[in-house]
Design a protein around this ligand. Structure first.
Ligand code: SAH
Length: 395
């Protein structure tokens, strides 16, 4: 068994069960890519069993803090079973579910989503890559789902020195899947969609949006960064009479169109704009348009905390435009999925946008990822999606 010794004083985060050790904390020792090593403090005492990643800044990711544990296929299967059992208890209102959420389920770097009768998995760390087969075998056994697609094509893999890999890992067939979410049906493609195919993390916020639209009687809705139209379907399900969906991706807009049709919404109630959201909102303002509800769910503007400044300006700008475009009493659902922008900073950015827009607004709800994307108490870095539901003042 290979050993990695940490520098004096660097054992603290593992003692607090934080699963990562950065390069600079390692004194000596190592292993092969993804190999399990025994991590010990400078005094030789046991800290964790961890996967070694020779190329990554995050040199070690802990599998277990229990010295008696054996890190083997049976261990991976136990973690997978526990993760799936939690989802069964959570019983999300969908057959699209995040079954394994990496660090939060004790499996650093491993993501598994179920989309009806297909599993879509992602290995983002050397350790997850090393144990991929065992993890997939366990998932197939515990879920009874036979088809597994791999989407290990996230840029994060480069940081681990791993090449991208996509394709069927088990079974084969069409990569388009239709999931049932709440009362509606949404199509996605596990080969072509973002992440593992879809944004399951927004499931409960889409439902919440439908309820707010109904409660406030919002008629005209603008869905910015609509992707495949989830919030647009929600708006129409909530009783909106006109929904404009904006995205800069043509294929995403085509899927959004199909998803609205699939749910029986008349095409007269929907417009689509292939445009940059910022430019689109500026034009709408010039044209004197206004909306009763707006969704702003942009891509990650700040991949890390180092990008937070520039990202803050971009978030502020779109929120300012949206607050101006809203009718008095209108609803704004605004999000950031940047790990580098925390909930408190996001709140400040939106407050700044309100001041610049000369608009007052009340926060009526704080929004976050659905519970099948949990964060553990030891690992705050896992928290990425945050949002606010605001109602613009009447005057
Ligand atoms: N709200 C969606 C997910 C949004 S993902 C859901 O619930 O499923 C972010 C989307 O923003 C992507 O579809 C991407 O194509 C789009 N996008 C990125 N930059 C953009 C820009 N500048 N203008 C318009 N759309 C953009």
């Amino acid at each position: 068994m290979k050993t990695v010794r940490l520098r004096a004083g660097r054992e603290r985060s593992l003692l607090r069960r934080h699963p990562w050790v950065f390069q600079g904390s390692v004194d000596k020792g190592g292993g092969d890519t993804g190999e399990t090593v025994r991590v010990q403090a400078a005094d030789g005492s046991f800290l964790a069993w961890a996967a070694y990643s020779p190329r990554s800044m995050i040199r070690l990711r802990a599998w277990s803090f229990d010295e008696a544990e054996h890190i083997d296929a049976a261990f991976m299967a136990r973690r997978v079973r526990a993760a799936v059992a939690l989802r069964q208890r959570l019983a999300p209102a969908s057959d699209g579910v995040r079954l394994v959420h990496a660090e939060a389920d004790g499996l650093p770097g491993f993501i598994a989503d179920r989309y009806a009768d297909v599993l879509s998995v992602q290995c983002l760390s050397a350790g997850a890559e090393r144990w991929k087969s065992a993890l997939i075998d366990a998932l197939v056994e515990v879920t009874g789902v036979a088809r597994v697609y791999e989407r290990s094509d996230s840029g994060v893999r480069e940081l681990e020195g791993l090449a991208a890999r996509t394709g069927w890992q088990r079974g084969e067939g069409l990569t388009q899947v239709v999931i049932r979410e709440h009362d509606w049906q949404l199509a996605l493609d596990v080969a072509e969609g973002h992440k593992t195919g879809f944004y399951l993390d927004q499931r409960d916020n889409r439902h919440g949006f439908a309820q707010w639209v109904r409660r406030l009687g919002c008629a005209r809705v603008l869905n910015c960064y609509c992707y495949t139209g989830g919030f647009s379907v929600a708006a129409l399900a909530g009783g909106a009479t006109q929904v404009t969906s904006v995205d800069s991706s043509g294929p995403a807009l085509q899927r959004a169109r199909d998803n609205l049709e699939r749910n029986g919404f008349a095409s007269a109630a929907a417009d689509f704009a292939d445009a940059d959201v910022n430019a689109f909102m500026r034009e709408q303002l010039k044209a004197g348009a206004s909306y009763d509800a707006i969704v702003l769910d942009p891509p990650k503007f700040a991949p890390t905390a180092a990008h937070a400044d520039r990202a803050a300006r971009a978030y502020k700008d779109i929120n300012r435009l949206a607050l101006k475009l809203l009718a008095p009493g209108g609803l704004l659902f605004t999000f950031s999925c940047s790990g580098g922008v925390g909930a408190e900073l996001f709140h400040k950015i939106v407050a700044g946008a309100g001041i610049d827009a000369g608009v007052n607004a009340a926060i009526v709800q704080r929004l976050e990822a659905a519970p099948d994307h949990p964060t553990t108490i030891e690992f705050p870095e896992g928290e990425y999606l945050k949002g606010l539901a605001l109602i613009k003042a009447m005057t």
